[in-house]
Ligand binder design. Sequence first.
Ligand code: 4F9
Length: 256
Amino acid sequence: MRFDLITIFPQMLEALTGSGITGRALERGLWSLHCWNPRDQGSDAYRSIDDRPYGGGPGMVMLAEPLLATLRLISDAQRAQVGEPARVIHLSPRGRPLTHEKVRQLSNLPALTLLASRYEAVDQRLLDHHVDEEISIGDFVVSGGELPAMMLIDAIVRLQPGALNDERSALEESFADGLLDCPHYTRPEEFEQERVPAVLLSGHHANIARWRREQSLATTLARRPDLIAVARVQGRLTAADERFLAGLTANDLKIG
Ligand code: 4F9
């Protein structure tokens, strides 16, 4: 999958290209990253990419023109490599909150263009006419769109076939089935006077699967009841799941 990222801080992406699962997937040729600096398209003597907001107030606004010139270069490059220009996404706290389902959908595309903005804002006309979608990675503000873009790229890249050493990992982790992950244990069998739950040492695979499911359900109900409600309306809770949830007490719902 091809990613084109508009950023004035391409060095930040080295964390993604140089380490871990994403670094290995890059070496394997599973994805590519092309960073584009809008300053290279700045048209005045200072190659400005921002200016003061009409109407006054603090902060600066990214100029539409250098961003559009950059987007045009990107779509030309994408047409040459994958046949058509890609979807353009702006990472913004004003966007729709990112979900794993959204990540899954985007992971099937051949290419994606990401705008990582800086300063306070982007001229709204650039967003209206040349950005397909705004995505938020949470209700908080960071210093620029690069880290949110890196989180999105990471989430997409690890779903590319061959990125994970064990493909089961992507199927079994948190959100894969819309619930939070169950707890996990490894050696030693006792730590801080707490033993590994006996069922996990039993070798009884059906009981282990049921225990993990129930742990997921209980944790999700306690911490993210909204996710339980969604799973329910989507018909993803079995009769056994519902019996288990109905039997949980106030104590089980305390967040640990
Ligand atoms: C983007 C925050 C997406 C959350 C971009 C400052 C951002 C963000 N989700 N904050 N620039």
